[in-house]
Design a protein around this ligand. Structure first.
Ligand code: GLY
Length: 370
């Protein structure tokens, strides 16, 4: 069954389609958006190797020629060099403003391709075909595109909404379990930030989602995308409520930065750990019942995600260094830290100007060095 979630953004509205077999329908689904029968498809070597021919055949079946642009796998492609290389290769294909680019991959390819599409000849259309759970439930929806710089992740970017998102659940069969758990961190995020009933459903059905059972997986992706679509439609540019989608991300980013953004702590793992910390910090501040923080932690840990800093690295982090990273966060204003905290399970809120003193005490309690 294909589920359709609309993203209501006026003249930039689009649909997210979720279900099995969507890559095989890509030609028929994308053709209505084309002015001429060709597209550029950006993919990394891994995704091109695993699924490239399937997509090429599906486009060809609708008479659409696919010109593949294959980029190296990994975060390194989300750089000024990666953008220059991709832009040059799109120019070499002589794409014009009426053409369309397909971002076929995980978050890195989606963010890089989306940003290239935003600036290519001042903007061309693009379609997202996300191939990781994390990209399907989060990064492919909502139009955030960006590259990294040596000063931090996602610091240079643009809001550029896709014309269509095709989330084919079949591709998750070849996703490594660790990547599946990373995507699941973002799924559980939606329950924790705004839907207690979904959180309870995940407590019962999380193992089935992680095992890729079709029914539970489809529901988990669709409910996540529905919540994201609703929040994005209300606050596209993150003037308010969209910041809730960063639950666990400020703690998580600080830890990722200290770990060097490598394989030691993947983004989804950092988000899982960061959400557990955000709930414990909320409980410590007497904003949230302690039992809710414990229950959030149990649900995150049950998915095999880290919930304590000692699970991310055996050597302790330094509290001051972590706080330094948090002050660099895009949400921080005038040197004051913004955190997403929770009043209860399913009730997150944006806490602006969090004092660093209780945050420092909390991080030390959590095992950081003073
Ligand atoms: N990933 C957070 C957002 O799209 O706002």
């Amino acid at each position: 069954m294909i589920r359709t979630v609309p993203v209501g953004l006026g003249d930039r509205a689009y649909e997210v389609l979720i279900g099995p077999g969507l890559i095989d329908q890509a030609g028929a689904r994308i053709a209505p958006f084309l002015k001429r029968a060709r597209v550029a498809v950006v993919a990394d070597e891994t995704v091109a190797g695993l699924h490239g021919e399937r997509l090429r055949a599906a486009l060809a079946a609708s008479g659409v020629e696919a010109r593949f642009v294959v980029v190296p796998p990994g975060e390194g492609s989300k750089s000024f060099e990666g953008l220059a290389d991709l832009s040059d290769r799109l120019l070499a294909l002589e794409l014009d403003r009426g053409d369309l680019v397909v971002a076929f991959g995980g978050g890195v390819v989606g963010d890089l391709t989306g940003f290239a599409a935003a600036v290519y000849k001042r903007g061309i259309d693009f379609v997202q075909i996300p191939t990781t759970l994390l990209a399907q439930v989060d990064s492919s929806v909502g139009g955030k595109t960006a590259i990294d710089t040596p000063r931090g992740k996602n610091l240079i970017g643009a809001f550029h909404q896709p014309r269509l998102v095709l989330a084919d659940l079949d591709v998750l069969d070849s996703l490594p379990d660790r990547e599946m758990r990373c995507g699941y961190a973002e799924v559980i995020k939606y329950g924790l930030l705004g839907d207690f009933a979904f959180f309870e459903w995940l407590e019962a059905n999380g193992p089935a989602v992680l095992a890729r059972e079709p029914g539970p997986l489809s529901h988990a992706v669709a409910r996540s995308v529905e919540m994201k679509a609703e929040i994005v439609a209300e606050d596209e540019r993150e003037a308010g409520r969209r910041a809730l989608l960063n639950l666990g991300h400020t703690f998580g980013h600080a830890l990722e930065a200290e770990m060097g953004f490598g394989d030691g702590l993947l983004h989804g793992e950092a988000v899982g750990l960061g959400m557990a910390m955000a709930f414990r910090f909320s409980a410590r501040q007497a904003i949230c019942p302690g039992q809710d923080a414990e229950r959030a932690e149990r649900a995150i840990a049950a998915a095999g995600l880290p919930v304590r800093m000692s699970q991310a690295r055996t050597a302790p982090f330094a509290a001051g260094v972590l706080i330094g990273h948090m002050i660099q966060d895009k949400k921080a204003e005038d040197g004051r830290i913004t955190l997403i905290l929770a009043r209860s399970l399913g009730q997150a809120f944006v806490a602006k100007t969090v004092d660093t003193a209780p945050l420092r005490d909390f991080l030390i309690e959590e095992g950081a060095l003073p």
